[in-house]
Structure formats: structure tokens, C-alpha cells
Unconditional design. Structure first.
Lengths: 400, 388
């Protein structure tokens, strides 16, 4: 039996390519994937490998598994029609589409929409969450595996401005934060059946941040951020590991790197989590380093923050000491992402993709590309390519 | 090649009765899914079997939607669409005649019928477009919407060239059920043709109320606190309100196009307070209706003394039909009580202390009280006087 389980684990791991982009901001929600390479420094119209039409609005990022790209959308009056779309990421050709009726509330602020959360994948299945609290699992071929209508189960779990937190996978559990002013909770879902593994009451306050996975010793811990702070829980059980109670933002999410958690709290607060699971200790806090809507990014020994004025700041991760800062063309709703090459990618609300070269003493904007549509989402990466979506289009950008 | 195709069709037809029996069992699994993920595993196995079936099974799946839960509907919808997707790729003949028959039978489930229409638009668009005008009185809201959209377009085109525009747009207004379409038509009638439109009656908003306030809501505790109106509505009673001040019921009429009941008008803008609104609705018989509420304050609602729902969210937005509550009205007098709580926030977007409530059927068509009074004129707005 044990050997069978080992074999199964190996198969599961084998199905996830190191270059896949499986969730909001990629691996563990960090925005940084050192396995992804050959990304373009210079973008121009020639960089557009393909552009595909989308049937509905969405802020969610594409998720990439092998040669397939998955993206969600919402369409129709009041955005009551939900879509999961699968494309060939190389050619942009549509492969399949699944549509569903929203079973929960679809009201949202005009700047966001029902397809705001980014799906998560374990390499075998795609788990799509919507602001209507519909949670849908399909396999890579579009076969329906399970459905949940979380507003049917928990009728007051909604936010009239719209929900946006993206689920994340840790071990064999899908973790989602359904946090709002009323029936606020986080839950762990069985990957194969969609049934609750655990459900925790959470602070009754609107919250758009996404859970983050960090390593504590050999184990994975899911960090649940809210206005109260950050609660670290065991993904399989929801049992608390640590609790940081100094408050945190409800818009930009924390990022984990190594044994540290970088939290948008009182500016920015950096914690280290001991292997024994004891309470976290604070490494530094800098009240002037205040991320805007975009979540922070950590690459090697540098922390990158983008504030609401569009200023990108690079700081030492050990001390918070600023190394450089530059002003980008904002405003931004999406977050920056990066691969192995020393380039940071961010798209502003006007649809201008900006590539920041991080290789020198100071960051410089290496290139820009105007896509000509409003873009409020975060790009996704795979080897050699950047994927960006708007309310009506999906682009692949690559070297030419 | 033709012989091969005939042979294939023959084999499929032989196997179809067997599949049909299995299909019924598999669909039962989709119908059986329950709350909190119950039945998902069985449904997934059934879904896999169903989607391996032929195009002919699509209509059977649509038929099975009748009386199904929203979750089951989604299982079935995705199965039907997966089969269609597969069969289009394989070049199989698609059941357009059967789909059209299903669409035209108004006894079938409204959402399933729209799905049949959606499929037909894809596989036989020319045949389908001719069906649209007859959908103008369709019980399926999305189908009716398609026909209304055509009428709106026709009315627009007549604005500058024909005196028929008012007639066309009025017909569109009479048929429309969706808020965005009603608003679009009303704007054309009012602004382009200078016609009057009684939007509150069109929507079925409740315009005349009795209000009482302020009770306390310090620290948002008023939401759970039971004040006297929740125990008994006595329009002649006086109670101790916030800070010990006496409060009494006052009559209130709104002339707002969207039936907004604004506590700030009679009571002035207040913070950390609770108010109640009471009205009656005369029903000409027992009937299923929907109470559709919009509110950006914390609220509760009672029908005939029974609490229907409550929600403690503040200032995240309001829209028409924000919350839908299916209820059964009894014959004659029905009482409605709404509680609206204002919180402590001081931002300029947190001033509102208001709600809107309408009564309609499941398609969104107004259901009017048998003693409905004319829509109040603006000068009647926010009359403040004792209920006595």
C-alpha cells in the first residue's frame, strides 16, 4: 500500500512541470518562478504571438499546465454566466469551454467583476472560484469533477463590492478565503470531492487578499491574511500554527520567500517563522514602505514594492534599506511577476506592459508595449512567454 | 463511405435504447447532488458516462433540468454542452428539430429552454432568428430578453423616421422584465418622445410606508437587538428610542423612480441608529412571489411576522434586486416589516440609510397590491407627520 501511495505521489509530482504557472502570482503565490526562463526584455507589437477573444469579463490571471492555458470569465446581464476556457498556449487556439450559471450573488463594483479570483491547479485539475462563490473543479480535458455553490451552503457569505481572493493548493487541500462583512470564513476543500475538510470562522470584514503558502521546516503552512493580521494554519486541518495580530492590509497579499513572510502590515512587516512552529518573530518593519494594490515581490535578496503612486521600490530583504526606486506608468491594479531572467513584468490599468530590467545598480524600464485595452489583472508566465488578459482579450507575448 | 455511415447510424440506433435507460440513471445522480459537496463523486462518474453519449441525449438532459436544484442544473448544463462540443467536432448530425420542439414548449424549464435556444443559435442560426418575435411574452426571462432587445432596436430605428416609435417602445416596456432594459426603454420614452413612464408601478416598488426611528445601533449591536416593532407593530405606540428620546411611527411616501425609502429624509442623517419601516400588501389570493430588496445598510425583513432573512453588511453597495426572497403571500392583508441599521462610518459614501423593496413574480414582472395607490408625486415626498 505504501509503495502504491509513493508511486501515486510521484505521478502527481511528475504531472506538474517546473515551468507551469498554477495559481495567482505563480508558485506559492509569490509572483516569482526561478524555473521560468527565456522571457523577453524588449517588447513591441512584434512580441504579440497571438491574441484571442474572450467571451466575458475577468480579472483572473491565466493558469498554465503544460501546453494548456486556462482562464475564467463572466458574461451576460449581471454577469450570471460563468466560463472556464482552455486554450492551446502555443497557438492560442481554443480547446474547450465549460459554462455554468452563477448560483450566488453577482453584484460587484464596476471596477471588478465576477471572474476576479484566479483559478488554481495541481497539474491534473483546475479549481475555479468566482465572486458568486461558485467553486468548480474540472480536469485538464474539461471533464467536470465537482461543483460547490458556497452561497447556497452559506447564504450570507458575500461582498456587495465583489470577492476577489484566489484559492491556493497546499498538499492535498484547496484553501479559499471567503471573507466578508457578514458570514466570513476560510475553508479547506478535498481536491477530489470538493467536500469541506475544515472551515474556520474569520474576521467579519471585507477582504480581497489571497492565501499564501510558506514552508515551516519540512511542512507547508497556509498564511491567511486579514485586517486583523495573519493566521498560519495547517492546510489539511485548518489547525492554527501561528497568529500575527498587528493588523494587515485587505488588498495586497503577503508573499513568502524562504522562511520569511512579507506582510503588507503597518507599511511592510517581515516575519520569520521558526521550524518548531512557535510564534513568529519580527525581522523588520518599515512604515514608509506601503504597497498599493499590487502585492509585493521577492527575488533573491531584494524586495520589490509598488505603491499607489506607481513608484517601484527595491529594498534589502534583511534590513528594509532602500536600494533604488523608479516611477512607472500607473495606476496599477495587477501585481508584478518575474522569472529567472532579471526582468520584472507589470501591466498598468491603461494596458501598458512595462518591463523593468533589474540587472543593474538601479532598475530601468527596458521596454513598454501598449495593448490598447484596460487591464486590471496580473500577468502569468511560462518559458519564453508572458500571458495577459483583459475583459475581452487574451495575449501571448514572447521574444521575436 | 455512405454505407459505412449508415452502418454507424444503425449501430448507434441499436445501442441508443440501452443508453437511454442508463442515461436516466446517470441523470438521477446529477439530480441527487446536495449541500456541502454531497454526491459530487457519484455525479462526476455519471457525468463522464453521460458525456460519452450521442447528440440525441442532449434534449433528454435538458428535459431532466425540470425541477432540479441550481447545482444539478449546472452539472446537466455542462454535460449537454460537452456533448455538443464533442459532436460538432466529430461532424455528427445535431438534433436541431428536437431542440426547437423543446424550445417552443413553454412548459419546459425556462433556463433549459434558453439553453436550447443558445444551442440552436449556434447550429441553425437562420432558422432560430425567425422564432424571436414570438418570444416577446415568453415566460423564460432570458428568451423574452432577446425579443425585447429586438423591439428596442426597432423602436430606436423608428425614432427619427416614424411615429410608430412610441408604440414599439411601449410594447417593449410592457414586455421587459430586466432592469437594464426597462431603464433603457424608459429613457427613450421620456427623453426622446416626452412620454411619461411610471417606473415604480412598472417595477412594483412599494412606495408608502410607516417609519419609526432612531433606535440605538452603537457598536453595531442594534442589528441583533430586538426592539419593540419586531415583537408587535402598533402604529399608535410610542417607544423609548436612542438616548432616551421618544419615537413614534410616521407616515412616509417616496416618489423615487426606484422606490428608495430614505430614513435620512424624515429623521435627518444620523449615525449608529436603527430604523423600521412597515407596510401592508393586499393579495387577491395565495400566490408565490419574490420580494426583491436593495440595501447598503444592515437589514432584516419580516413577512407576516416571520423573519425571512437578515444581513449585517454596511456600505458595500446597493442595486435593484440585490437580494431575492421567494415567499408565499396569503390572500388578503400581508404585513411587511424592514429593519435598516446605520453604522458609525463617517465617509461621505456612508451617509445613506435607505432601502428599496419590490414585489414581483419569478420573471421580474411586478405584482401589485390590490389596493395600490397612485405613485406619489414629488411634493408628497418625505411627508413627516404622526401616524395618528
Amino acid at each position: 500500500m505504501k509503495s502504491f501511495l509513493l508511486c501515486l505521489s510521484f505521478l502527481t509530482l511528475a504531472s506538474i512541470s517546473q515551468a507551469d504557472w498554477l495559481s495567482f502570482r505563480g508558485p506559492q503565490g509569490s509572483g516569482y518562478a526561478e524555473e521560468i526562463k527565456s522571457l523577453p526584455k524588449s517588447l513591441s507589437n512584434e512580441s504579440i504571438s497571438w491574441k484571442a477573444a474572450l467571451p466575458g469579463r475577468g480579472l483572473s490571471s491565466p493558469v498554465i499546465v503544460g501546453d494548456k492555458l486556462f482562464v475564467t470569465a463572466a458574461s451576460g446581464p449581471d454577469q450570471k454566466q460563468l466560463h472556464i476556457l482552455c486554450f492551446n498556449r502555443n497557438s492560442g487556439e481554443p480547446i474547450w469551454e465549460r459554462r455554468f450559471w452563477a448560483t450566488g450573488r453577482t453584484m460587484a463594483h464596476k471596477k471588478t467583476n465576477v471572474a476576479a479570483p484566479t483559478p488554481a491547479s495541481d497539474g491534473e485539475r483546475v479549481y475555479a472560484l468566482y465572486s458568486s462563490n461558485d467553486l468548480i473543479c474540472v480536469d485538464l480535458e474539461g471533464n467536470l469533477i465537482w461543483l460547490r455553490g458556497l452561497t447556497l451552503d452559506y447564504p450570507n457569505a458575500s461582498n456587495s463590492l465583489g470577492m476577489a481572493s484566489s484559492p491556493i493548493i497546499a498538499g492535498d487541500t484547496l484553501v479559499a478565503q471567503i471573507e466578508n462583512d457578514s458570514e466570513s470564513f476560510a475553508a479547506g476543500f478535498d481536491l477530489l470531492t470538493g467536500e469541506n475538510k475544515w472551515k474556520l470562522d474569520r474576521p467579519k470584514a471585507a477582504n480581497w487578499t489571497s492565501p499564501t503558502v510558506l514552508k515551516v521546516g519540512d511542512d507547508e503552512v497556509v498564511a491567511l491574511q486579514s485586517s486583523k493580521g495573519v493566521l498560519g494554519v495547517v492546510p489539511a486541518t485548518g489547525s492554527p500554527i501561528f497568529n500575527f495580530e498587528k493588523g494587515a492590509s485587505t488588498v495586497p497579499s503577503s508573499v513568502a520567500s524562504g522562511d520569511r513572510l512579507y506582510i503588507p502590515s503597518n507599511g511592510l512587516t517581515v516575519l520569520t517563522i521558526a521550524d518548531d512552529g512557535s510564534e513568529p518573530s519580527e525581522i523588520w518593519n518599515e512604515s514608509t514602505q506601503r504597497p498599493g494594490t499590487a502585492s509585493p515581490l521577492v527575488i533573491d535578496d531584494t524586495l520589490y514594492l509598488l505603491n499607489n503612486a506607481g513608484v517601484l521600490t527595491a529594498s534589502n530583504i534583511d534590513t528594509g534599506e532602500r536600494r533604488w526606486r523608479i516611477r512607472l506608468k500607473g495606476p496599477f491594479s495587477g501585481s508584478p511577476v518575474a522569472g529567472r531572467d532579471p526582468f520584472l513584468y507589470i501591466v498598468n490599468e491603461a494596458g501598458i506592459v512595462q518591463v523593468v530590467d533589474l540587472s543593474g545598480e538601479e532598475g530601468i524600464v527596458a521596454s513598454e508595449l501598449e495593448l490598447g485595452e484596460t487591464i486590471l489583472s496580473t500577468p502569468s508566465l511560462s518559458d519564453g512567454a508572458i500571458y495577459v488578459r483583459s475583459d475581452s482579450s487574451l495575449w501571448k507575448l514572447s521574444k521575436r | 463511405m455512405k454505407q459505412l455511415s449508415l452502418l454507424f447510424t444503425f449501430v448507434i440506433s441499436l445501442s441508443w435504447p440501452l443508453h437511454a435507460a442508463d442515461l436516466s440513471e446517470h441523470l438521477a445522480k446529477l439530480k441527487a447532488v446536495g449541500p456541502e459537496g454531497k454526491g459530487n463523486s457519484e455525479a462526476a462518474a455519471a457525468w463522464s458516462e453521460i458525456t460519452s453519449g450521442p447528440a440525441a441525449s442532449i434534449v433528454t438532459i435538458l428535459e431532466a433540468m425540470d425541477g432540479s436544484s441550481p447545482l444539478s442544473m449546472n452539472w446537466m448544463r455542462s454535460a449537454a454542452e460537452a456533448i455538443l462540443e464533442k459532436e460538432k467536432v466529430s461532424g455528427s448530425e445535431l438534433p436541431s428539430d428536437e431542440l426547437q420542439a423543446f424550445l417552443l414548449n413553454r412548459e419546459n424549464d425556462p433556463k433549459a429552454r434558453y439553453l436550447a435556444y443558445d444551442f440552436l443559435v449556434e447550429i441553425a442560426p437562420e432558422d432560430t432568428s425567425s422564432l424571436v418575435p414570438d418570444m416577446i411574452d415568453d415566460p423564460s426571462p432570458p428568451l423574452r430578453r432577446v425579443a425585447v432587445a429586438e423591439l428596442i432596436a426597432q423602436g430606436r430605428s423608428q425614432l427619427s423616421t416614424s411615429d410608430q416609435a412610441a408604440t414599439t417602445l411601449q410594447a417593449a416596456l410592457d414586455a421587459a422584465r430586466d432592469v437594464d432594459q426597462i431603464n433603457e426603454i424608459a429613457k427613450l420614452l421620456r427623453e426622446d418622445l416626452e412620454k411619461s413612464v411610471d417606473l415604480p408601478t412598472q417595477f412594483g416598488f412599494l412606495m408608502r410606508w410607516h417609519l419609526i426611528a432612531p433606535f440605538d445601533n452603537t457598536d453595531r449591536e442594534g442589528f441583533d437587538h430586538v426592539y419593540p416593532p419586531e415583537e408587535n407593530v402598533d402604529l399608535n405606540a410610542a417607544y423609548e428610542g436612542k438616548d432616551g428620546k421618544e419615537v413614534r411611527w410616521e407616515t412616509y411616501a417616496t416618489s423615487d423612480d426606484y422606490g428608495m425609502v430614505d430614513f435620512n429624509q424624515p429623521f435627518s442623517p444620523l449615525k449608529e441608529v436603527t430604523g423600521y419601516a412597515y407596510t401592508e400588501f393586499q393579495s387577491d389570493g395565495e400566490q408565490e412571489v419574490e420580494l426583491r430588496l436593495g440595501c447598503k445598510n444592515a437589514w432584516k425583513i419580516w413577512l407576516n411576522g416571520k423573519l425571512l432573512f437578515g444581513r449585517d453588511e454596511y456600505h458595500r453597495g446597493i442595486r435593484i434586486d440585490q437580494y431575492t426572497l421567494p415567499v408565499t403571500l396569503k390572500p388578503g392583508r400581508n404585513t411587511l416589516l424592514v429593519k435598516a441599521c446605520q453604522n458609525e462610518q463617517e465617509q461621505d459614501w456612508t451617509v445613506q440609510w435607505e432601502f428599496q423593496l419590490r414585489v414581483c413574480d419569478s420573471t421580474g414582472a411586478a405584482v401589485l397590491s390590490t389596493d395600490r395607490q397612485p405613485t406619489p408625486k414629488p411634493e408628497e415626498k418625505a411627508r413627516r407627520r404622526s401616524a395618528e
